[in-house]
Design a binder for this molecule. Structure first.
Ligand SMILES: [Zn+2]
Length: 326
């Protein structure tokens, strides 16, 4: 189907942009003839044109279940059209977000520029200025699955085609793939914030550290910024500002090798990645640096509470996503 191929191509383009999508984060969907095709849980959008990552779901059945707050909407696996699901994969853990949007094409990204606004205490007021030319809604933070679906339902109005998810990311929706990509581009431009320049990594110091330990320096200077930007580590190391941060990096960014953490930031020098770390670790470390370089010390931020973190990491659908091999 031409439209599905267009969605795959858009997904691969969006997935290849680290300022929009990191690792298995973000997802896209297309509704056609009562079927909603959505990215499979745990797969990477950038792979969309080289492997089959779309899962077909019965869209009216999801909407009927959402109307009843049916717990089956937590994973949406009951709504998979198994007769059409060639890969046997599960749908994205954010399927409910896509199902609720009436438009045919939905793109959800963990856009760094959006997150830098969406973690501020004054997020809704500041975004109201930035997005005055759009029909949009701000959705206060809620865990994906049924809680986020409820939060969206309570704020969705006719005509809304942009959602900013508090402490999470961005959703755009349109009736064609081309219109969705154009809308995404316009919103990201409206929300763009300059990144504070970060010093380069201290490669001599990193090389000395590497001897005899199962770690290698991060491959991108933008990841090293987590350790070389004076504010990034200070603000990001002990607080959690969005779901994929805690799911992949844990509650704190390690600054020593004790306990073999997947990522270690040596202040002023650079970032190390464990040789056995999942491929998602460096993109997630870079994302944290990219977000933190777009907020200033005087900005008041809102972090996730211990209860919110617990609900995320102990959610069954999230545990499944984490269990998948990349
Ligand atoms: Zn998300």
């Amino acid at each position: 189907m031409v439209e599905l191929d267009q969605l795959r191509a858009l997904s691969a383009r969006v997935g290849a942009n680290p300022l929009l999508v990191q690792a298995a984060g973000g997802n896209t969907s297309l509704k056609v003839g009562g079927i909603m095709w959505i990215k499979a849980s745990g797969t990477w959008l950038k792979d969309a044109d080289s492997r089959d990552i779309l899962v077909p779901l019965d869209h009216p059945a999801i909407l009927a279940a959402l109307a009843k707050d049916d717990p089956a909407c937590e994973s949406c696996t009951n709504f998979v059209r198994t007769d059409l699901n060639a890969t046997g994969l599960r749908p994205s853990i954010e399927t409910t977000v896509h199902a609720l949007m009436p438009q045919r094409v939905v793109v959800h990204v963990h856009c760094v520029n959006t997150i830098a606004w969406a973690i501020r205490k004054d997020a809704e007021a500041r975004l109201t200025e930035k997005l005055r030319d759009f029909t949009w809604a701000f959705i206060p933070y809620a865990r994906p699955g049924l809680p986020l679906a409820g939060a969206i339902s309570s704020r969705l109005r006719p005509g809304v085609d942009v959602l900013v998810l508090g402490n999470h990311g961005l959703v755009v929706a349109a009736d064609t793939v081309g219109a969705a990509e154009a809308l995404l581009s316009r919103v990201v431009t409206a929300l763009a914030r300059p990144a504070r320049p970060a010093g380069p990594p201290d490669r001599d110091k990193l090389a000395k550290h590497c001897t005899g330990i199962p770690y290698e320096p991060a491959t991108m200077d933008d990841t090293h910024a987590l350790a070389t930007d004076p504010l990034a580590l200070k603000r990001g190391k002990s607080l959690v500002f969005y779901p994929d941060h805690v799911v992949f990096l844990g509650t704190g960014v390690a600054t020593s090798f004790e306990g073999d953490p997947p990522l270690v930031a040596i202040p002023g020098a650079g970032v190390f990645i464990h040789k056995d770390a999942k491929p998602a670790i460096e993109p997630m470390g870079r994302c944290l640096a990219d977000v933190m370089r777009r907020v200033e010390e005087a900005d008041t931020l809102v972090s996730l509470s211990d209860v919110e973190i617990d609900r995320l990491v102990n959610w069954d659908a999230e545990k499944y996503r984490q269990s998948l091999k990349p």
